[in-house]
Design a protein around this ligand. Structure first.
Ligand code: PMV
Length: 340
């Protein structure tokens, strides 16, 4: 390889898991497979300026000034991936990054952030080591993103994405794969995800600590097994378009993620009063109207409101705007539609 001054820019969206990844082995190998929706509009835009003549160092500029230790974290990350990108510890990196969604939203900026960095690194790799096919480049970017933040590997593909060995064709523990398009019913290809910003404070458990707590959680093995088992019904649901079973499974996965945190030692409760109020209102609404509004949660208090574009969406949006927005801090909601 021959290195030279380069400036590369890439953009990568975040994602929200439907079957959750929570618990891992060494080298970011997931304890169970997971499946996610890529959030089309919640992106990180990153530019890397690479100065080949300078000694190795990393400098970062964040639009929102959010993570002071970001440069240090990236430096550590570059060290761990040197075996896959042999040129990486030479030269100076000036990294500029910005998110198109609010930092406080709890939308995973580590997923979009590491996704964007991995894509930039693949552009540099192709400039220094030669071009590879687009498919191989994406797969390697997903592999590299996984080593930064596990869930980031799923952000490299649009639509429904699987990470972790499972019954799904092409799935792997090492990188994510697009869920086969011909096995997805149309209703799942055009979906809404509105994130209700319940609480803006920092979450009180990092995902690194959270994954670690699964090592001593007495329910962990059963949970890993359950997640694997959930892939059976999930595959059938996605193919048949069985929305009612989808709702049941997705909400169960979200509550299980939080139940695992409550059953860990030390215990964590990441839901707030507003989270529970919103969940109960969603359930009341579904009981009363039969309309397909449901939720998932990430490792935080905010609620992802999921609903299809099947003709019921105007009624659902009206309900969210009138009833649910009251439970948010400064009436915040981040709206996304996942279309593929
Ligand atoms: O990628 P990490 O290590 O930050 O893990 C995130 C895990 C969850 O977001 C809670 C669930 C998931 O599958 O995305």
């Amino acid at each position: 390889f021959t290195i030279s001054n380069q400036t590369v820019s890439e953009s990568c969206p975040s994602n929200i898991a439907l079957i959750k990844y929570w618990g891992k082995y060494d080298n970011q190998i997931p304890a169970n497979p997971s499946i996610s929706y890529t959030l089309n509009h919640c992106k990180t835009n990153t530019t890397i300026e690479f100065l080949a003549e300078e000694p190795f160092s990393v400098q970062t500029f964040l639009a929102e000034n959010e993570e002071v230790k970001f440069a240090e974290k990236i430096e550590k990350y570059f060290n761990t991936i040197e075996q896959y990108l042999p040129w990486i510890l030479q030269g100076k990196y000036i990294i500029r990054t910005e998110n198109t969604f609010p930092h406080s939203s709890g939308i995973a900026s580590s997923a979009s952030g590491f996704g964007a960095i991995a894509k930039c690194l693949m552009k540099l790799d192709e400039a220094f080591s030669g071009q590879i096919s687009e498919e191989d480049s994406l797969r390697k970017a997903s592999f590299l993103a996984r080593l930064g933040s596990g869930s980031a590997c799923r952000s490299l593909y649009n639509g429904l994405v699987v990470w972790g060995e499972s019954q799904v064709r092409g799935s792997s523990d090492l990188f994510a794969a697009k869920y086969p398009d011909d096995e997805i019913h149309d209703i799942f290809k055009d979906f809404n995800d509105w994130v209700l910003l319940i609480h803006e404070g920092q979450k009180n458990v990092s995902s690194t600590v959270g994954h670690g707590l699964m090592n001593t959680n007495p329910y962990a093995d059963r949970r890993f097994q359950e997640a694997r088992e959930n892939f059976g019904p999930m595959k059938e649901i996605l193919a048949s378009g069985d929305l009612q079973s989808f709702i049941k499974l997705v909400e169960h996965e979200a509550l299980t993620l939080h139940a695992m945190m409550m059953m860990s030692d030390p215990a964590f409760i990441l839901m707030k009063t507003g989270t529970l109020e919103v969940i109960n209102k969603i359930w009341d609404f579904r009981r009363q109207t039969g309309l397909p509004l449901f939720f998932t949660l990430d490792a935080g208090a905010n609620v992802h409101l999921l609903f299809p574009n099947d003709g019921s969406e105007e009624n659902i949006k009206a309900f969210i705007e009138t009833e649910l927005l009251q439970h948010t801090q400064n009436n915040g909601v981040v709206k996304d539609v996942m279309k593929f």
